[in-house]
Write a new protein. Structure first.
Length: 256
C-alpha cells in the first residue's frame, strides 16, 4: 500500500511540474491567464497532497488498537512462561534438596564427629575407622568447619611380617586400574611391621574414589621397592568409602 501511494504521489508531482512549466498544455482555457492557470494547478496539487496524506498506508498497523492488544497479549504470555519456568525450577530445586537431605540423614549415621580441641574444626570419621595404626585398613574422612566441608582424605594402613617400603598402590575397581602414588609413607614396627599414608585427595585422584565407591570388587596391589602384596578390599571398606564420598559431595565438598 505504501509503495502504491508513493507512486501516485510521484505522478501528481510530475503533472504539477509539467503544468507549472506549460500551463496552456494542461489547462486549455483562453479566458485564463498563465498566472491564474499556474495558481490553479498549485492549489490542485496542494488539495491532492492533503487528500493523499489522509489515506492510510498500512505502515502504522502496529500502532492500531488490535495490534497493541496482540502485542500486550504476547508480552503477557512471555511473562507467564518465564514465571512458570522459574516456579518449576524452584520446585525442582526444592525437591532435590529434600532428597539430598533425606540421603544425608541416613549417611550421617555411619560417621562420628571428632572435635579438634585447638580449633573449631571437626573431623567427620567413618565408624569402621580402626583404633590403632598397626591394623590393616583403608578408609576416607574429611574436615568440617562451621557449615562447610573440605580436605577429603584417603588413609591406608598396611601391616605384615615383612617390610614392603610402599611406593604406590594400584586399585583394580571392577577391572579398571587406578594408580595412587602417596607423597609420604610412614613406617613403624614392633613384633610386626606397619606402613601407612594419610593424604588429601586431589581433583586428579577423585576418579579413584568415585570408582571405589561404585565398584562391587576392589583389589589393591601395594608395590614396594622390591616386592608387592595384593589385598582385596572388604565389602565394608568399599561401603564406607562410598558413604564418605556421598556425604562429602552432598555437603558441597570440592576436590582441588
Amino acid at each position: 500500500m505504501a509503495a502504491f501511494m508513493g507512486f501516485i504521489s510521484l505522478i501528481v508531482l510530475v503533472i504539477t511540474i509539467y503544468g507549472l512549466v506549460k500551463p496552456d498544455k494542461l489547462i486549455k482555457s483562453e479566458s485564463m491567464s498563465k498566472g491564474k492557470k499556474r495558481l490553479f494547478i498549485v492549489i490542485g496539487w496542494l488539495v491532492l497532497t492533503v487528500i493523499l496524506a489522509q489515506v492510510p498506508t498500512g505502515e502504522d498497523s502496529n500502532n492500531s488498537p488490535s495490534s497493541k492488544s496482540e502485542n500486550k497479549t504476547e508480552a503477557s504470555v512471555n511473562t507467564d512462561s518465564i514465571n512458570k519456568a522459574k516456579a518449576e525450577a524452584a520446585k525442582a530445586a526444592a525437591l532435590k534438596k529434600q532428597k539430598n537431605d533425606s540421603i544425608l540423614a541416613v549417611v550421617k549415621k555411619d560417621f562420628h564427629n571428632k572435635k579438634d580441641e585447638f580449633s573449631d574444626k571437626v573431623w567427620i570419621e567413618p565408624n569402621n575407622e580402626p583404633k590403632y595404626t598397626n591394623q590393616n585398613a583403608v578408609y576416607c574422612y574429611f574436615e568440617k568447619d562451621g557449615g562447610s566441608v573440605s580436605n577429603f582424605r584417603l588413609r591406608l594402613q598396611y601391616t605384615s611380617d615383612d617390610w614392603l617400603f610402599i611406593e604406590n598402590v594400584i586399585f583394580n575397581c571392577d577391572g579398571n586400574n587406578y594408580t595412587y602414588t602417596p607423597e609420604k609413607v610412614d613406617r613403624d614396627n614392633d613384633t610386626r611391621i606397619w606402613e601407612w599414608f594419610d593424604e588429601q585427595v586431589s581433583a586428579e585422584d577423585e576418579p579413584l574414589i568415585k570408582a571405589i565407591a561404585n565398584a562391587k570388587t576392589v583389589k589393591m596391589k601395594l608395590n614396594g621397592q622390591q616386592y608387592y602384596d595384593v589385598r582385596t578390599m572388604t565389602k565394608a571398606q568399599i561401603y564406607f568409602i562410598k558413604q564418605a564420598y556421598t556425604y562429602y559431595k552432598l555437603s558441597g565438598g570440592q576436590f582441588y
